[in-house]
Design a protein around this ligand. Sequence first.
Ligand code: NAP
Length: 329
Amino acid sequence: MSLPKVFMTQRIQDVGMSILEGRVDLTLWSEDGRPDPEAVMRDLPYADGLIMTMGIAMDRSFFKMAERLRVASLYSVGYDNVDIKAATEFGVMVTNTPGVLTDATADTALMLMLMTARKARENEKIMREGGWTHWSPNQFVGKDLSGSVLGIVGFGDIGRAVAKRAAAFGMKVIYTGRSRKIEHEEQLGAEYLPLEELLKRSDFVSLNCALTNETSGLIGERELRMMKNDAVLINTARGAVVDQKALFMACSEGWIYGAGLDVYEKEPVPMDEPLLELENVVMMPHIGSAAKRSREGMARLAATNLVEALEGRVPPNLVNPGVLKEKRP
Ligand code: NAP
């Protein structure tokens, strides 16, 4: 019997590759670089399964072209690049990798908070350039985390992991989201507030919500102007949650203290992006989950989800369970 035909955008960790061995007929679209769009178009109609390591837009026309596709296994927890309704209508199971990257991404949020608050980028630059000539009570001074209020937008796995870390730093946690999480409020000592209240009260705001139609552009000029002018904005969610032009104005004109960013409206960030010029903005190249154990966990889950689906079982991280009732048109 022939093995199901699977395409993978880029090579994943060995722990995932070994799960696929002997169970699928695998083709890599690229070892590590960006897959050639022509190869993707050419191969898509022959794919029974896909492992997608990067946020390629998977819209209705994508699923229409992927005539044989049964499963699209994402190597990410976010699935904002996928038209879930279309996938479901076309009978394609979509899976993701929740949980295994929670701690690494929450660590990234804390790192950005500390780096922005303590002017890590600016201070390190001064030191390397020989600007550290004497000790002074007023030089290199940033913001304290302890005693500050952290407002978390989106109290899911990562939002709550950020809250846990913030509590250890002596921060007061408030949060907002689509739904209240009473049991977690008690566990984490967090208070629920509507977004506007949260923005007005927070010294740090951490964005940890999924990108959806409701959260796209959630933080724009109006919201940034509501923040305290010594508040810090941290975004490890998705770039499109924030209006990047408004954020540039906010950081360059002093509406807020600064920002720590891991995600952007356009990735990779073009070198003419104005935010790159600002000293009070710390920017990382989408490294939220980029820690060894987390990435291995993502590879293991992505490969497991794929083979479970192709071998006729319900994959553990199925995003669109409605698909189980659908027949491909
Ligand atoms: P999760 O557990 O599913 O949490 C997502 C949260 O977003 C949920 O609590 C959800 O609310 C909330 N949400 C949805 N719509 C909202 C709205 N309109 N307003 C406010 N909150 C809303 O996922 P997670 O694992 O924490 O990941 C969160 C996001 O982080 C992912 O979707 C992904 O985009 C991003 N991420 C980034 C990186 C990185 O490398 N920077 C790594 C991992 C994840 P409910 O609880 O009410 O559903």
